[in-house]
Ligand binder design. Sequence first.
Ligand SMILES: [Zn+2]
Length: 105
Amino acid sequence: MIEELYKAAEQEAPNEMCGLIIEQNGIEKFIKCKNLEDDKKNGFKIDPKLFVQYQLNSKIKYVVHSHYEEDSTPSKHDKNACKALGIPYMIVSYPEKGVTVYDPS
Ligand SMILES: [Zn+2]
């Protein structure tokens, strides 16, 4: 699945890519979402309606986004947003191809 994430990051570069990794009937899949943030190079925003829909119909395992020409270390903002949400963040860096999982629990 990780290659799929890098591919998605590549497609969106230099903007941040975002999406969700969900588990449905025991199968994990990556759902790429549209980045609704105004400043797509420095942040991301997933449609809250879409988010709730996946939350109701599946288990959201990770909220995914990418960092372009930066490493995958979560920013202070990422950490705070992740804690507020209570769902782990998975950050992939592109083109460096690093991955960091930040678990708020
Ligand atoms: Zn970030």
